[in-house]
Every structure is written in C-alpha cells, then in structure tokens.
Design a protein around this ligand. Structure first.
Ligand code: KG4
Ligand code: ZN
Length: 379
C-alpha cells in the first residue's frame, strides 16, 4: 500500500458537479455531472439552476467516483472541496457536502482554491510541478499569469485580465455569431474550417507601453461584434468559420506571447497552462510551437482535466496533506471571490497562519466572504 494520501475532491463552483479521487499524484476517478444543457437556452449559467443541479447530482456523483476508484469512503484519508472563487450558491452545495462527509467519516477537510487546483491538476498528468511553476490560468472568469513557488501555499499573480477573461470572450463572441453556449468548444470546432488570417483583429495590451503581463479582451470582443454587425448591415453573409478562427488566433497569440515573455523574464524553463480555455486546440498547438522555439517545456493537462472537474480539487487537497498543511475547520465558509493568493481557506477561528505564504488579513477576508452576494464572482 502506498503512504500517499487518498483524497476525494468536490468541485461545484459553476455548472459542473465534479468528484475526483486521487492517491498522491495518481488519478483514480474523475466523475463529472454537468448541468450545461439546462443553462444553454438562457445563454449563460443561471446560478439557481446550477445550485439545484449540484444538489441532485452530488451524492450519485460521489458514489460513482468511489466505485470507479474501487475504494470505500472509509478508506479515504481526507476530503477536499472548492471553497472559492465561484458562484456562491453553487459553492455552498459542495462545501456542505464535503463537511458532511468529513464529519461523518472523521476525516480532515481541506477547503481549497479553484484556481490553484487548475494548476495543481497537472501533477496527475505530468508528475510533480516544478518549483516555482509558471502558470497561465485561463478560465471562464480568470486570465492570469501566476508564479507559484509552492502551489499549496504561495501563488503570486504577475498579471491578470483588466476586463473580460479569455473564456468570457469566447462565450460572448459565440453569442454574437449565434453559436450558443458555452462558446469555447464550439468556436474551437468551427475555427478548424476557417482561416485564422482572414481578419486581423486587435491584440489588446501588446503595445510597448502596456503592462507586460496584464490582459484585455474586451476591445477584441467589441471589434468582432462590430465586424459582424457591419457585414449583416451590408446584407452580406458572415463567414463564421473565418471570424471564429481569426478571433481565436488573436486570443491565443496574446496569451502565449505574454506567458512566454514571463517565463523568460523569470528564468523558468517551462510553462504550465490550466483552466477551461487550456482545452482549446489552437492554444495548445500554438503554445507547443512557441515553447519549443523558446526552449521551454510545455505542461498542459489533457482537455478533460482542464475544464472544471473534481480531480483537480483532490490533487490540491492531496498535495496539502502530503505537505502537512493544516486542514480547514468545519466552519469553513464558501468565498465566491476568494483571491488567487489564498490557496486554502482555514475556516473561522482556527488554522490561521498555517500553510499560507501571503500576508493578507484573514479575519477580514473571511468575514467579508460571509457577506458576499450570491452570484458574485465566477471561477
Ligand atoms: O475552467 P472552466 O471549465 O470553468 C471556470 O472555472 O470558469 O472554464 C470555462 C471556460 C468557458 O468560458 C468555456 O467557453 C471555456 O472555458 N472553454 C474553452 C474551450 N473549452 C472550454 N475555450 C476555448 N476553447 C475550448 N475548447
Ligand atoms: Zn475553472
């Protein structure tokens, strides 16, 4: 038997009910139930529908994961759960379930950060993360460059989006093109038949005076919308595949360029890419090419581990256990706007100062968290 921790991870920050089981760096189960079809007709995730779907899917998904892993609940060494960021009501369902299992089984509970989990998951695919890890984190709510000396306790943002996240831009452009929701996968698909050089869309924040590691995709999104509207107004057909490919090219060009610049400046020899947008086939291909040219090793998990899942949460929980980080207490709050620097939430009243490489005022963060609005923040 291995002495690596056997951890079950629960993810409910958005519309995926994810339950994963890992032993150390080994993936044993990755069960996901998605409510995406229930949101499609609204053109976006409806928080109340997501929460209800999590509630219905939670126990069956946990049972499916245990069966897939071939372990009994009593064998688990710990329970990890996404404490934030994400939709408040959705997070609450996962946090409540994790507390119930941890309490019922008498096992430690780890409330972890969704964003750090998107990075940590790569350990299941490519082994231990380098320290520091340079990560480009691109999801529905975040586009950030992170330097993480220790993914369980020390994550430093080098830059982030100043407006729309990359995934958000994919979703909005898909809506403009009438391609439905979520936009990322369908744009990825349609772009394959298009010409990425057909239209030269703007590359935001890439001027010599612009912040080197911040991103902006709002201008690009508007440029695409104007271009499409102009075609429609002129009564001309919209070349959907070309627009999708040209838009996707602009996003991936900026993301990879800035990420590689950061790797060089920080003297790291690799680039990790995580989050739902890391499933994008063009981003993966372009990153592969540009990293090879720059002499960098690219680490991107397989697409299923890039989009939201429970295995990523389990992997960060297992790493916390392996490194002896203090667990959260059972008063753990869900924090819809948990900052990326807070890899782990200790809970109310206990565990302060354990496993944190930052100097934020926790009491302030936690009391604010309890007051956060439902629906505020997305992962
Ligand atoms: O990480 P994630 O699954 O959930 C959040 O934490 O937000 O990311 C979701 C985002 C959505 O905006 C979705 O459109 C985008 O990831 N996405 C993609 C692809 N698959 C998912 N974007 C581009 N290409 C894809 N293949
Ligand atoms: Zn995510």
């Amino acid at each position: 038997m291995s002495d690596e921790p056997l951890v079950l991870g629960i993810e409910t920050s958005c519309d995926e009910t994810g339950v994963g089981i890992v032993r150390g760096h080994t993936l044993l189960a990755d069960a996901v139930a998605s409510s995406v079809d229930e949101h499609a007709r609204y053109g976006g995730v409806v928080p109340e529908i997501a929460s209800r779907a999590h509630l219905e899917a939670m126990v069956p998904t946990i049972e499916r994961a245990l069966k897939e892993a071939g372990v009994a609940a009593g064998d688990l060494d710990g329970i990890a759960v996404t404490a934030g960021p994400g939709l408040a009501g959705a997070l609450l369902v996962g946090v409540a379930a994790a507390k119930a299992y941890a309490y019922g089984l008498g096992k430690p509970l780890y409330g972890v950060n969704h964003l750090a989990s998107h990075v940590c998951v790569d350990q299941l695919e490519h082994g231990p993360l380098p320290e520091p890890t340079m990560a480009l984190l691109v999801s529905g709510g975040h586009s950030s460059l992170l330097l993480a000396p220790d993914i369980t306790s020390d994550v430093r943002p080098l830059g982030a989006t100043i407006d729309d996240a990359a995934g958000e831009a994919f979703d909005k452009v898909a809506r403009v093109l009438g391609l439905g929701f979520p936009g990322g996968p369908v744009i990825d698909r349609r772009a394959r038949e298009g010409d990425p050089d057909a239209i030269r869309f703007p590359r935001g924040l890439t001027g010599p005076r612009d912040a080197p590691y911040d991103f902006s995709f709002s201008g690009l999104k508007t440029a695409v919308a104007r271009w499409v509207e102009a075609r429609r107004a002129a009564g001309e057909p919209v070349p959907v595949a070309d627009v999708a490919a040209s838009f996707q090219e602009a996003v991936t060009d900026v993301l990879t360029r800035k990420a590689i610049r950061a790797c060089k400046a920080e003297g790291v020899d690799h680039l990790m890419i995580g989050g739902g947008v890391a499933a994008n086939s063009r981003l993966r291909a372009m990153a592969e090419e540009r990293c090879a040219d720059a002499g960098l090793t690219l680490r991107v998990p397989r697409p299923k581990l890039c989009t939201d899942n429970g295995a990523m949460v389990a992997s960060l929980g297992a790493e916390m256990m392996a490194r002896g980080r203090a667990p959260s207490d059972l008063a753990l709050p869900a924090d819809s706007s948990l900052p990326v620097t807070h890899t782990h939430v200790p809970g109310n009243g206990h565990g302060h100062g354990h496993g944190h490489g930052h100097d934020h005022d926790h009491d302030h963060e936690l009391s604010r968290a309890n007051l956060s609005e439902p629906g505020e923040g997305t992962a």
